[in-house]
Design a protein around this ligand. Sequence first.
Ligand SMILES: [Zn+2]
Ligand SMILES: [Zn+2]
Length: 78
Amino acid sequence: MCDICGVTPCDCRCPNATQKAVYICTECGEPICEDDWYWDSDDGPICERCMGEMNREQILYLCGQPLKKAEWEIEWRN
Ligand SMILES: [Zn+2]
Ligand SMILES: [Zn+2]
C-alpha cells in the first residue's frame, strides 16, 4: 500500500500515481481521475466533491437558470 495516499493502486492525485488525471476540475483545480464522477458543465468539468459542496441555487446558476424573484406582473396602462 502506498505511504502517501494509503490506497492501492494510487489515487491519481498522489505524486506516486502512474495514472494521469482525465480532467482538471474548473472549480477547485483538482484532478478528476478515471472512474471518478464529474459534471460536464458548460464551463468545464466539475468534480464530484465540488458538486457536493454546492447548493441547489449555485447548481441552477451554473446551468444558466438562476432563481427568479417572484413579482406581480404589472400591466402598464396609458
Ligand atoms: Zn499513492
Ligand atoms: Zn472540484
